[in-house]
Design a protein around this ligand. Structure first.
Ligand SMILES: Nc1ncnc2c1ncn2[C@@H]1O[C@H](COP(=O)(O)OP(=O)(O)O)[C@@H](O)[C@H]1O
Ligand SMILES: [Mg+2]
Length: 330
């Protein structure tokens, strides 16, 4: 399960405004990837290009054998079923209760009977922690519940890929943590490919397998979490360590004087936190032993990396988990 998205040489402009150019990356199948960038850098526009809601000026988006910008309308409609999309506010129908909102794609896209639809909807509601809320209208539930309802609706057709546009915006840290846990658990259960747009650095540091940064009309870097979080590239270092010093300014772009100052060497990256585990403790196929990427590339982990808030070192924890899997207790 899970399908990759291969983007090659993508460029998008509106009139004379180039949003980004020459974007190439592969979102690996079955992995969790996150895309970050200052606001206005075209993250939402990028997601829309992936599903064919917007058309790039040039370039390719290969998904499951097709090239999205070149699909005919009918093929595009079919291809969209590969994706579950979670829009910023959940994008629920205001006049429909939670149950009917979640059931909507099943009624629209399948010939399933009401009994089966009910079974699937209740199962997904249970999964996202919305059991018993089916009768409520979107106006009667909290922001966090709306996002979870949006996720349940994105899940009912069991998509190969889930795209989420700032799912954590407007959520408090506790609800954000729950939602992130849910993404990890869905990925562990179904192997769904995730691409999550966020500007929550906390989310970016613990959730995904891969991270990317959009800045100054291009993709600055995309790669494994350990590569990005240990990077000394000025913009990458600044962004993922949430620092004030660096090329990214309060305004979208810094002025010339500020640009001169940015050539100072980047400060050492902060400790890399352990990655969020599935709640049942299993290891997802795309997870690696903490520090594996760094070791393979001769990079010394920033001091204090992979130690959680309770002082446990996840390299040791990982080895214990792997050993327990090899020799399960009766
Ligand atoms: N349909 C559109 N027509 C014209 N300009 C657009 C359209 N959609 C987005 N833009 C512009 O593209 C830029 C990037 O927007 P967006 O993708 O929403 O940024 P982000 O999601 O990174 O905050 C913005 O300057 C926005 O005004
Ligand atoms: Mg956006």
């Amino acid at each position: 399960m899970g399908v990759e998205i291969r983007v090659e040489g993508l460029r998008k402009s509106f009139g004379r405004q180039v949003i980004w150019d020459d974007v190439s990356l592969t979102i690996p199948a079955g992995e969790i990837s996150a895309l970050l960038g200052p606001s206005g850098t075209g993250k939402s526009v990028f997601l829309k290009n992936l599903v064919g809601l917007l058309r790039p000026d040039r370039g390719h988006v290969y998904v499951g054998g097709g090239d999205v910008p070149r699909l005919r309308e009918r093929d595009l409609y079919r291809m969209r079923r590969t994706f579950g999309v979670l829009f910023q506010d959940g994008a629920l129908f205001g006049s429909m209760n939670v149950f009917d909102n979640i059931a909507f794609p099943l009624r629209e896209h399948t010939k399933k009977g009401e009994a089966e639809i009910r079974r699937i909807v209740l199962e997904k509601m249970d999964m996202v922690g919305l059991s018993g809320s089916g009768d409520k209208l979107p106006g009667e539930i909290s922001g966090g519940m709306k996002k979870r309802a949006g996720l349940a609706r994105a899940l009912v057709l069991e998509p190969e890929i889930i795209l989420a546009d700032e799912p954590d915006s407007g959520l408090d840290p506790v609800r954000t943590a729950y939602l992130n846990q849910l993404f990890v658990d869905v990925n562990a259960e179904f192997g769904t490919t995730f691409l999550i747009v966020t500007h929550d650095i906390g989310t970016a540091r613990v959730l995904p397998d891969n991270l990317g940064l959009l800045f100054r009309r291009g993709l600055v870097m995309f790669g494994p979490r350990e590569m990005i979080l240990s990077s000394t590239h000025p913009a990458v270092n600044q962004f993922f360590n949430a620092r004030r010093e660096g090329p990214i300014g309060m305004a979208e772009e810094k002025d010339v004087a500020e640009l001169a100052a940015e050539n100072a060497p980047a400060p050492p990256p902060a400790p890399i936190p352990p990655q969020l585990m599935p709640s049942d403790g299993r290891i997802r196929p795309s997870m690696h032993r903490p520090g594996e990427w760094l070791a393979a590339h001769g990079v010394t982990p920033p001091p204090g990396s992979f130690v959680d808030e309770n002082g446990r070192d996840w390299r040791t924890e990982w080895d214990a988990l792997v050993a327990a899997r090899r020799h399960p207790r009766p």
